[in-house]
Design a protein around this ligand. Structure first.
Ligand SMILES: [Cu+2]
Length: 179
């Protein structure tokens, strides 16, 4: 069909209109207790086939910290209100980028590693995970940063206490939206 390119371009413009596009979210992380000076931001972008997650944190103790999406959108009670891992399929704990949805929880992001200065960055891609569509939708859930390293043992990686927490919110809801 000779007019198919034109139709494609027209639908592309509609697709990119701001109202129709809800593919970005962020979670602002803070310490779960006043003495924990942890802060930072996590950006979540829907991409083809999954969710791209970019984290920038400060104030951590040096070393690896388990980094997961938990089931409830609350950071109250020193992070305990976030509940357990988001695990809609009731499968074992793992590392989502490598193990996939049958052998890992959708928000099993492994570890984020802080340097001697307490700063940590992580870029991770979660296949099949989305913000609002389908059973692996994570908008409104929470991101937990743990005290200890995720050793990938069952049921949740032996990661210890919860030191940082933030709720995943649509990017358009964020007051200091910079993108
Ligand atoms: Cu966790």
């Amino acid at each position: 069909m000779r007019y198919s390119l034109g139709m494609f371009l027209t639908s592309g413009v509609l697709f990119l209109s701001p109202c129709a596009w809800a593919g970005q979210a962020k979670a602002v992380i803070s310490g779960t207790m006043p003495e924990l000076k942890i802060s930072g931001e996590i950006l979540l972008n829907e991409e083809n086939g999954g969710l791209s997650v970019e984290a920038n944190l400060t104030g951590l103790t040096p070393g690896k910290h388990a980094f997961h999406i938990h089931e409830n959108g609350s950071c109250a009670d020193a992070g305990k209100a976030a509940g357990g891992h988001f695990n809609p399929d009731k499968v074992t704990h793992g590392y989502m980028p490598k193990d996939g949805a049958m052998r890992a929880h959708p928000g099993d992001m492994g570890n984020i590693e802080a340097g001697a200065d307490g700063k940590a960055t992580l870029n991770v891609f979660l296949p099949e995970v989305a913000l609002t569509e389908g059973k692996y939708a994570v908008l409104g859930k929470s991101v937990i940063v743990h005290d200890k390293e995720d050793d990938f043992s069952q049921p949740t990686g032996n990661a210890g206490g919860r030191v940082g927490c933030g709720i995943i919110e649509a990017a358009s809801d964020a007051s200091n939206n910079a993108y």
